[in-house]
Design a protein around this ligand. Structure first.
Ligand code: ARG
Length: 414
């Protein structure tokens, strides 16, 4: 943690403190001063690195120059992948079967880090830049009170929404250093597991997403003309190697994102149901997440029984909803994850995926725990299946239907 220089004015009495979730962007840079002036609080700026693209400048130094009494950068990439992304991959978590929850699953980790700093620094407040219409405000607010019910939340953009122009004006008037980038018509959120994009032209669900929304993936039409194969090795449901090379989670996700993104894999265009009841059109780019979930599911298909796979589907949907709804810290998630973890004890093996012009196709899978028995499945030589056993089985399987049909027939003749 770096401490800010005294402004010269002696502070008469110690002010209460607020921990601000700070990105270095326009909103949170302006928020440092805004909160000081309008809430009379000292601001501790905390920037949490979950793999978003870094700023061109030193955002921590700039937070201090802009008046934060302390500023801190937390590298949470490893924890993000190991404690949040991997559990959600084990549950094949996808909201409404399409969105791999890349933004949603990072929020509880951010909450945890903000609460840790607040407790260490004796702050009574946490502040975030969410507006009143999204899911993220729910995830922050509900997560914070679930970890520490004494903390209070300040959300300036929800309490007093301002336009981008007004923020720039306020920054000028108050000598706040901001990096004014070319205005993006979209609202973006990005981390190692994927990128989300909303607003602007996307608000018309009939409009094809303009090229400007895509940053992590090549246009599938311009992607390489030759397919590329990747081999992903899993141990107990967790990816441990890519193309035969052992890697830690952060490196594996980042490497796979580059490869799959180059082939235009992982673009999602979705009209989504937000928790607060609004339908919203969003695009996502999740090349690594989409490829890993497909590979993981394929491996599960090889090593898990039909019953477990089917029962797990229901659990997966519930886990996805919990993550989306901001209830990570509630007691149902760990209980469901205990079920998921139990199933993952046999999910070890290798999956081969073919990437080609926006498509990802699982083309091979192998495992020491494979339940696939060549003798039973083959239609060629080496068949070990007792063909006579099918007749008795089907007689019993069809017996309730046969019985009911006989009863109906008798009744119709009366
Ligand atoms: N709709 C997604 C979710 O709730 C993504 C939100 C992205 N946030 C943003 N500021 N663009 O998880």
């Amino acid at each position: 943690m770096v401490s800010g220089k005294s402004s010269g004015k002696e502070i008469e009495k110690e002010r209460d403190r607020v921990v601000l979730a700070y990105s270095g962007g326009l909103d949170t840079s302006v928020a440092i001063r805004w909160i000081q002036e309008n809430y009379g609080l000292d601001v501790i700026a905390v920037s949490i690195d979950v793999g978003q693209p870094p700023s061109d400048d030193d955002v921590i130094a700039r937070a201090l120059r802009n008046g934060a009494i302390k500023a801190e950068l937390v590298d949470a990439k490893k924890e993000f992948v190991e404690e949040y992304v991997w559990p959600s991959l084990k549950a094949n978590a996808m909201y409404q079967n399409v969105y791999p929850l890349s933004t949603a699953v990072a929020r509880p980790l951010m909450v945890k880090k903000l609460v840790e700093v607040a407790e260490r620094e004796g702050a009574k407040y946490i502040s975030h830049g969410c507006t009143a219409k999204g899911n993220d405000q729910v995830r922050f607010d509900a997560g914070i009170v679930a970890l520490n019910p004494d903390l209070k939340v300040i959300a300036p953009m929800r309490e007093c929404p301002v336009t981008r122009e007004e923020e720039i004006e306020y920054a000028k008037e108050n000598d706040i250093e901001i990096i004014v980038k070319k205005e993006s018509p979209f609202s973006r959120d990005e981390n190692l597991w994927g990128a989300s994009c909303e607003c602007g032209a996307l608000e018309d669900p009939w409009m094809e997403p303009p090229q400007g929304v895509w940053k992590k993936t090549a246009d599938p039409e311009k992607a390489p003309d030759t397919p590329e194969y990747v081999e992903i090795e899993f141990e107990n449901g967790v990816p441990v190697a890519l193309n035969g090379k052992k890697m830690d989670g952060v490196e594996l996700v980042a490497s796979l994102e580059r490869i799959a993104g180059k082939h235009g894999v992982g673009r999602i265009d979705h009209v989504e149901d937000r928790l607060i009841g609004i339908k919203s059109r969003e695009t996502y780019e999740c090349p690594a997440a989409i490829t890993l979930i497909a590979a993981h599911r394929a491996l599960e298909g090889l090593v898990l029984s039909r019953d477990v796979i089917e029962y797990k589907r229901g659990i997966e949907q519930k886990v996805s909803q919990i993550i989306y709804d901001g209830l990570w810290f509630d007691s149902l998630r760990p209980a469901l994850m205990a079920f998921v973890d139990e199933t993952q004890k046999v999910v070890s093996g290798t999956v081969r995926v073919k990437l080609y012009k926006g498509n990802y196709t699982v083309v091979g899978r192998k495992s020491e725990n494979s339940l696939y028995d060549m003798g039973l499945s083959t239609y060629s030589e080496g068949d070990t299946f007792d063909h006579t056993s099918a007749i008795g089985f089907i007689y019993c399987w069809g017996l309730p239907g046969r019985t009911a049909a006989n009863v109906r027939r008798k009744q119709s003749k009366k």
